[in-house]
Design a protein. Structure first.
Length: 115
């Protein structure tokens, strides 16, 4: 998240492979799917263990265990702090989903790139 914040403040494009966004034909969706697989490979276990505990029950998931714990020095449940990372992973997963299933057409990408 620090890298994304720095890229936003220094109007820079943090894309690792910018030419992959301009791929034509079936290669564009293929590249988007490969990127999404990497995102989901990292994000889905975090989201899974947020809800589901070690024995497959909702009672021992990370969120359920955090509800019972109070935050140090505050009268607030730890669930509000513990939810920040999984919510961020959910948003990143949604973003990856949009790149795969709702990608802009090739013509609009060419217009953006000035080609």
């Amino acid at each position: 998240m620090l890298g994304a914040s720095c890229a936003f403040h220094a109007p820079a494009d943090p894309t690792l492979f910018p030419n992959a966004l301009l791929a034509r034909g079936s290669r564009g969706p293929l590249f988007a799917s490969i990127r999404a697989l990497g995102v989901f490979n990292f994000a889905l276990p975090v989201l899974w263990f947020w809800f589901i505990g070690p024995n497959g029950s909702f009672n021992r998931g990370f969120i359920a265990r955090s509800i019972e714990r109070p935050a140090d020095m505050m009268d607030v449940s730890m669930v509000w702090f513990a939810s920040a990372v999984p919510v961020a992973f959910l948003l990143v997963s949604l973003h990856a989903d949009c790149h795969v299933f709702h990608a802009p057409r090739q013509d609009s990408l060419m217009e953006i790139a000035g080609i």
